[in-house]
Design a protein around this ligand. Structure first.
Ligand SMILES: C[S@@+](CC[C@H](N)C(=O)[O-])C[C@H]1O[C@@H](n2cnc3c(N)ncnc32)[C@H](O)[C@@H]1O
Length: 257
């Protein structure tokens, strides 16, 4: 089993990723997905520092966030959120049956163990007409390019072990009793960093993302050394390009009215 990521350690620097405009397109897709449902009561499972709760705060009268990490929730409390924040695990949702209109999850479901329990719980707490919308990577389809996988080869194996595929999530939704499931690419995070610019990538920092956090110090140092060697060995006028082109997949499980 893959080691768990300690988000209390990541919390102080987690939001540096949101300085990047990459996330604007995901904000638009999230808003459109939620607005189409006209929900009264929303829950984000694995809400972290509350970035998405703040971005979507105006979309429903009640919008709740749930997370397991004290420190991530402490950051979330510093935001001006209208709804409540709960410390709980997503595998046992502290809500009554049929009490929520829409549950969403961003880059978090692969941390839940087992993720199927979260899907079963979501089915229980959603009202008729409700929706579970999960946004996240799927390293299993093999169509992403990510320099982190190339220079820190352990990260690819770790991700394949801990991320369920889009198909596995969809199957789990159907097994849990969702009446229909739709899967698509929500957006792509695509960016090229040239030469030493790569070291400005917030996700490349020691605990900049869960992929980096799960490496040993030795594995992390070896990956940074590989990047430095690639830069040093390239002609000065043709520095290497460090590419990320990653699909964020969306699985929507819907319950009939
Ligand atoms: C990559 S962060 C994503 C945070 C937020 N959704 C975002 O996109 O900014 C994953 C979050 O899932 C939370 N988490 C991990 N396992 C959890 C669990 N079993 N129950 C609830 N939250 C969990 C972590 O504490 C962390 O805040």
């Amino acid at each position: 089993m893959t080691e768990r990521v300690n988000y209390d350690q990541i919390a102080p620097t987690f939001d540096t990723r949101y300085a990047h405009s990459l996330y604007n397109v995901l904000t638009q897709v999230l808003r459109a997905t939620i607005e189409a449902e006209h929900p009264e009561r929303i829950l984000e499972a694995g809400c972290g520092t509350g970035y998405w709760l703040a971005a979507l705060n105006d979309l429903a009268p009640r919008i709740h966030g749930l997370d397991f990490s004290h420190e991530m929730l402490r950051k979330a409390r510093q935001r001006n959120l209208s709804g409540g924040l709960l410390r709980a695990t997503a595998e046992v949702l502290p809500f009554r049956d049929c009490s929520i209109d829409l549950i969403f999850c961003v880059n978090a479901l692969h941390h839940f163990g087992p993720f199927e329990n979260f899907i079963i719980e979501s089915r229980r707490v959603l009202r008729p007409g409700g929706m579970l919308a999960n946004f996240g990577m799927d390293p299993h389809h093999g169509r992403d390019a990510w320099c982190l996988y190339d220079y820190f080869p352990e990260t690819r194996a770790i991700d394949l072990a801990r991320y369920p595929s889009s198909d596995a999530i969809a199957d789990s939704m159907l097994r849990a009793g969702f009446d229909s499931v739709a899967c698509r690419t929500a957006c792509r995070f695509a960016t090229d960093r040239i030469g030493a610019q790569v070291f400005e990538d917030p996700e490349l920092q020691r605990r900049g993302c869960s992929q980096m956090a799960l490496l040993t110090d030795e594995q992390y140092a070896a990956g940074i050394a590989r990047m430095k060697a690639a830069i040093a060995s390239a002609p000065a006028d043709v520095p290497p390009t460090f590419r990320a082109d990653i699909a964020i997949m969306l699985q929507c499980g819907c319950i009939d009215r």
